[in-house]
Design a protein around this ligand. Structure first.
Ligand code: 4AD
Ligand code: MG
Length: 476
């Protein structure tokens, strides 16, 4: 008999016909009630078994974590808590889970403990909910762009370029480290390497997406990106996923509108299709926040925050306005900020978070940053000091999206390459799009894990990607 997924079974009215379900045991109470979960939904199915119909050796194996298959009839539940339950006629233990060894017991485990057990943490309600929401979000991203007339482009993962110019790249090589070939200058001879030149894992698909946008008009790439920055924070991964749209014939205003529309669309999609999981995550957050001092708790519940984002207009501020606001702020005057605040600095997370959490209380789009602190490809503004950049900052996270209008003027871009020490021969192909049919265009990058954090209320980025890669950690 074909297995039914529990999400469907729970939607079914009672049925005379017997059906088959599979799942992992969550609890076994009174030798009679077995709650199983198959991952298709947060909700468990209650199986009711008649003790004397099953051998003791079967009953003995019904421990938390065991995999079972059951055949039975769906009846109206006698107890509260669920509408239906399965009266079991056949029960098979597919795989036992020794209670002395299985680490995921029904008691509450800390997220830190579960990170060490990333291979099993999917079995908890929290992680299953997070990864179902993660799935919904990525589906909504594709749906949003498809409906808006974008084409997905698969940009390369191995590349020779450093799009962001931050130099935080993982090398890709097949050279033998014990016998590195050297050139006449005594340096490693990359001509002997697999690609005949140094190559690395991409930090961003943007440069290639731009090439495609200059023909297909509106494209996006959504893939893994890699950064070897040694920052062990709760918001940085060495391997993360990024959504990068790129649009031709568009300027920074269009870019900001696209970012705002996209964010609202995907959050609204999860609110509509992932309600059970969001309610669960909202309660989990409330519980977790009980440990925190009042001032560190969220003023609004998870779903209130999400609907505020969906319903509000994002606040816009220029970088210069932000600096002035920060310098007039209480924490600045009371010397509470760790990092200095003056025109030209890169905004630190403490500044971004004060701005969105305390000053505005919602997402803020910051524009027109100093050219020196942003990447070479951003379009120079007429003031000669700033570039047409925009970052979307959100409460709890800080920077969620970074984007810009792109420099489409060949002469200006060549000068930027020189200023940033980027040899033209490394980016000749990028420069050629400015030579042939150049046009204004723009795009942004949204960190997918930061989006999942924002949508689930999880506060550590390691808890929203199945197998996090961070400095000194690549287990599993
Ligand atoms: O601001 P970033 O560096 O921008 C770019 O890479 C551009 N090429 C995007 C574009 O215009 N197409 O990164 C974009 C976003 C950040 O706002 C942040 O959300 C996320 O990517 N991000 C990270 N997420 C997790 N771990 C890291 N180490 C991240 N670095 C950036
Ligand atoms: Mg950025």
């Amino acid at each position: 008999m074909e297995r039914q997924r529990i999400v469907k079974v729970l939607e079914t009215p009672t049925s005379e016909k017997s059906l088959t379900v599979c799942g992992w045991v969550r609890t076994f109470r009174n030798d009679r009630f077995l709650a199983i979960n198959d991952g298709s939904t947060l909700n468990n199915l209650q199986l009711v078994i008649q003790r004397d119909e099953f051998k003791d050796d079967v009953l003995k194996q019904l421990n938390t974590g065991a995999a079972v298959e059951a055949v039975g009839v769906l009846v109206e539940s006698q107890g509260g808590g669920q509408a239906v339950e399965l009266q079991v006629v056949e029960l098979k233990v597919l795989g036992g889970a020794d209670p002395d060894e299985f680490p995921i017991q029904m008691k509450k485990h800390s997220l830190e403990f579960l990170r060490e057990k990333a291979h099993l943490r999917f079995r908890t309600n929290t992680f299953a909910a997070v990864f179902r929401v993660r799935h919904l979000l990525q589906f909504a991203v594709h749906k949003f762009f498809h409906e808006a007339g974008f084409f997905q482009i698969h940009t390369p993962i191995i590349t020779g370029s450093d799009a962001e110019g931050a130099g935080e790249m993982f090398k890709v090589t097949t050279l033998d480290f014990d016998e590195l070939p050297k050139n006449e200058k005594g340096k490693v001879d990359f001509e002997k390497d697999f690609f005949g030149k140094p190559s690395n894992l991409t930090v961003s698909g943007q440069l290639e997406a731009e090439l495609a946008a200059m023909a297909l008009g509106q494209v996006y790439t959504f893939g893994p990106t890699f950064r070897a920055e040694n920052s062990n924070t709760s918001r940085h991964l060495a391997e993360f996923w990024m959504i990068e749209p790129e649009i031709a014939f568009a300027d920074l205003k269009d870019d900001m509108k696209l970012a705002e529309d996209c964010l609202k669309y995907v959050l609204a999609y999860v609110m509509e299709h992932g309600e059970d999981d969001l309610v669960f995550l909202e309660n989990r957050e409330k519980q977790a926040e009980k440990q925190l001092p009042e001032k560190d708790r969220n003023a609004h519940s998870l779903r209130e925050r999400l609907s505020n984002v969906v319903e509000s207009e994002f606040v816009h501020m220029t970088y210069t306005e932000v600096i002035n606001t920060l310098r007039n702020s209480k924490p600045f005057k009371k010397k509470k900020f760790k990092f200095p605040v003056e025109w030209g600095i890169d905004l630190q997370s403490e500044h971004e978070r004060w701005l969105v959490e305390k000053h505005v209380g919602g997402p803020v789009i910051v524009t027109d940053y100093p050219a020196e602190i942003k990447a070479f490809y951003m379009r120079a503004n007429d003031d000669g000091k700033t570039v047409a950049a925009m970052d979307v900052l959100v409460p709890g996270i800080g920077e969620l999206i970074g984007g810009s209008q792109r420099e489409e003027r060949l002469d200006v871009l060549k000068k930027k390459c020189a200023d940033f020490n980027i040899p033209e021969e490394h980016v000749w192909w990028y420069l050629e799009t400015r030579k042939f049919g150049s046009a204004k265009h723009c795009g942004f990058g949204m960190g997918f894990e930061r989006l999942v954090m924002y949508c689930t209320g999880m506060t550590n980025i390691r808890d929203v990607i199945p197998f996090p890669r961070t400095p000194m950690s690549a287990e599993f």
